[in-house]
Design a protein around this ligand. Structure first.
Ligand code: SF4
Length: 377
């Protein structure tokens, strides 16, 4: 039996902008070299004087990665931002990562999904042009597919703010995980508009602190960027933001901060459609992996919520650094791409990070609520 193939509507429109790319994936990143490619590179040489390709690769327990130059660029990137490996030997010598990024294939038992990573600026351009991220219907949809579809719908529902949509989605997943409702029941019953109204009213009745959410966002932002900053990655982007973040450390006037958050929210609201489409695309790309169970989807929704909070915080710092001017599309695109690259962990590393930082794989609902806050964007 042929497996069904699912891909988002914009998948075939993707074209790498190569030399024109504003945030190339050939720099400031760990570029993996799979073992077959590494072996193939044994006999190939490049440059003047000639140097074996293998000498450009660092090998360690975690695998092979291309050693970046002191400017943190791929050594094969030409001055015109084209790949010297491709121009010298052709595309077939590229590692799997370089040949396929940002495309990925997820093989499920009953179907294959073609996905695009959102940490590529051209993918963000496609999402920016999209009215709404729709998922093509799936034959033999499993209950978890139905849950992912429901989450994608929730984050794109304009009457509900993004933070509330994330909180409600997480609540539903915890309810299933903790045995309050079966997975099948949850998909079959869906969420009625009355239930949604009740959940929204429940959230609005809870005490939220703009200040606490701001400082939690700040801590998460600094924590996520810590290793990258230490390794000298993304410095031109991160340094000004870190300097601005330091202004908020001691004795910052809380009334002023509340007003700044409110003004930022208004500026950020101009990008609400893109943020919703981005979150739906993230849920499609990352929210459900082959072999996943409800708990894995809950963990991914947590992580996507953290990414959202860190992107928003980075944009707040950039907005403040720039003298509180309007937030441009290019600023949002850059934040989505760079924070996406910094938080784009393999599942194993993500689970390790959660245990190390939060001492649990699954957060309490209240912690996710604190992270995303109850803002109106
Ligand atoms: S980030 Fe995307 S558009 Fe830019 S060089 Fe890489 S694949 Fe091409």
């Amino acid at each position: 039996m042929n497996k069904a193939l699912i891909k988002p509507s914009y998948y075939d429109e993707f074209v790498c902008s190569a030399g024109e790319c504003p945030i190339s994936c050939c720099q400031q990143w760990k570029i993996e070299v799979d073992e077959a490619t590494y072996q193939n590179w044994k006999s190939l040489q490049i440059g003047e004087p000639k140097k074996p390709l293998q000498q450009f690769v660092a090998r360690n327990q975690e695998g092979n990665t291309i050693e970046l130059t002191k400017e943190r660029c791929c050594p094969f990137l030409s001055e015109t931002k084209l790949c010297n490996l491709v121009t010298t030997f052709g595309e077939e010598v590229l590692s799997h990562t370089c040949a396929t990024f940002p495309r990925e294939v997820h093989e499920f038992e009953e179907r294959t999904e073609y996905v695009l990573a959102t940490s590529c600026p051209e993918v963000v351009n496609l999402l920016h042009r999209l009215e709404r991220m729709e998922l093509p219907s799936v034959e033999n949809e499993t209950p978890l597919d139905g849950i992912r579809r429901m989450l994608m719908m929730l984050v794109q529902q304009e009457e509900i703010s993004i933070p509330k949509a994330l909180m409600i989605g997480f609540y539903l997943l915890l309810e299933i995980e903790e045995g309050g409702r079966s997975l099948e029941e949850a998909v079959e019953q869906g969420i009625t508009s009355e239930q949604l109204e009740e959940l929204v009213a429940g959230i609005d009745g809870m005490p939220f602190s703009v200040i606490n959410t701001f400082y939690e966002g700040d801590e998460l932002f600094l924590d996520i960027i810590y290793n990258y900053q230490n390794e000298g990655m993304y410095l031109s982007y991160l340094q000004p933001l870190v300097e601005t973040a330091s202004q908020y450390k001691n004795g910052y006037d809380m009334d002023v901060l509340c007003k700044e958050v409110e003004a930022f929210e208004q500026a950020f609201a101009a990008h609400s459609k893109l943020m919703r489409t981005y979150l739906a695309a993230e849920l499609f790309y990352n929210g459900l992996m082959p072999g996943a169970e409800v708990i894995d989807v809950a963990i991914k929704l947590q992580w996507i919520s953290l990414e959202y909070a860190v992107i928003r915080h980075a944009l707040f710092l950039q907005w403040k650094t720039n003298g509180k001017q309007a937030i441009s599309y290019e600023m949002v695109q850059e934040a989505i791409v760079l924070i996406g690259r910094m938080t784009g962990y393999e599942d194993k590393d993500l689970y390790e990070y959660l245990i190390d930082h939060f001492e649990a794989l699954v957060w309490e609902w209240g912690y996710l609520a604190l992270v995303v806050g109850n803002e109106n964007v």
